[in-house]
Design a protein around this ligand. Structure first.
Ligand code: F6P
Length: 322
């Protein structure tokens, strides 16, 4: 290989810039060229390419977002769109790719690699942590710390006013952000898309649990139900009019901000490993870190969605808030 294309796609996550930097600098170290593809698959199709040098990735390791920008492309979901993308890649003499993103990104990468002759290596960049093949995704650690900081602030005002807060966190298909932040913020209950027992458990607690609590925090993953935290708020208010209840949606604040040390190190290790993997002739795999070691997972397995929810963690939330 002579020229590696690198791009970010789907929802952005803190640490993507550190990953881009690692890919670019490692490739240049090996005397390979690197081309940045802007706006994900959309830009790949439209020819939005820029040659990268050491300077193009200066001063970005600490920045949230992605300097290459990101997008979700519907055109790339069709074989014609992917053909067009491959044509552009050849035109720009790109002969290998590093794709940074989540399940949508790897679904596209898998199809591109199957239909056209180009090696693709994926790096897990999503705050949701919902990929098989890595203990943590790039951005998850920053996002959960953002959530915990926000909930600590909500806890202050909840305590002052003797209120219950229902806090909605991100996770369209996954409760991993909700579960971990629920433990870390001392939540009363967590409501996750993976189980439908959360609301019943919460109602039971409010009816039969301790009455001397001054503040209560409930963490809900956005994908738990269509109506999200507001719907849960209405149910709680209707059944317990004496509990002063408020709803707070944390939203896209969770996707931004300076990446934590953990995310920067993970992104740097994976970006370095991605170039090494391409040099070794690997393709069609997502790289991750499992038990401290680099792990290689075929795309079709990585996108099979959430690792199972750890039931003991759910129990820990419950027991520790009794
Ligand atoms: O990429 C993951 C995620 O953070 C989901 O948890 C969330 O539902 C989604 O992105 C929202 O993304 P957007 O606002 O870009 O549609």
């Amino acid at each position: 290989i002579k020229n590696i294309g690198v791009f970010t796609s789907g929802g952005d996550s803190p640490g993507m810039n550190a990953a881009i930097r690692a890919v670019v600098r490692t490739a240049l170290y090996h005397d390979l060229q690197v081309t940045g593809i802007r706006r994900g698959y959309e830009g790949m199709i439209n020819g939005d390419y820029e040659p990268m040098n050491r300077k193009s990735v200066s001063n970005i390791i600490q920045r949230g977002g992605t300097i290459l920008k990101s997008a979700r492309s519907t055109d790339f979901q069709t074989p014609e769109g992917r053909k067009l993308a491959f044509f552009q890649l050849k035109k720009h003499k790109i002969d290998a790719l590093v794709a940074i993103g989540g399940d949508g990104t790897f679904t596209g990468a898998k199809l591109l690699g199957e239909e056209h002759d180009i090696p693709v290596i994926g790096l897990p960049g999503t705050i949701d942590n919902d990929l098989i093949g890595t203990d943590f995704t790039i951005g998850y650690d920053t996002a959960i710390n953002t959530v915990v900081n926000a909930v600590d602030k909500i806890r202050d005002t909840a305590e002052s006013h003797d209120r219950l807060f229902i806090v909605e966190v991100m996770g369209r298909d996954s409760g991993l952000i909700a579960l971990r932040t629920g433990v870390a913020s001392g939540a009363e209950s967590v409501l996750l898309p993976e189980t439908d027992l959360g609301l019943d458990a919460l109602m039971y607690r409010l009816e039969h649990g301790r009455k001397d609590k001054s503040s209560r925090i409930v963490i809900v993953a956005e994908g738990e139900r269509e109506g999200g935290a507001f719907e849960i708020g209405d149910i709680v208010k209707a059944k317990f009019p004496n509990i002063d209840t408020r709803v707070s949606i944390l939203g896209h604040i969770q996707r931004g901000g300076r990446p934590t040390c953990m995310d920067r190190v993970l992104a740097s290790r994976l970006g370095y490993a991605a170039v090494e993997a391409l040099k070794e002739g690997r393709r069609g795999e997502m790289l991750g870190v499992i038990h401290g070691e680099i792990a290689y997972t075929p795309f079709e397995k990585a996108i099979k969605h959430s690792p199972e929810i750890n039931k003991t963690m759910v129990k820990i939330v419950e027991v520790l808030s009794l």
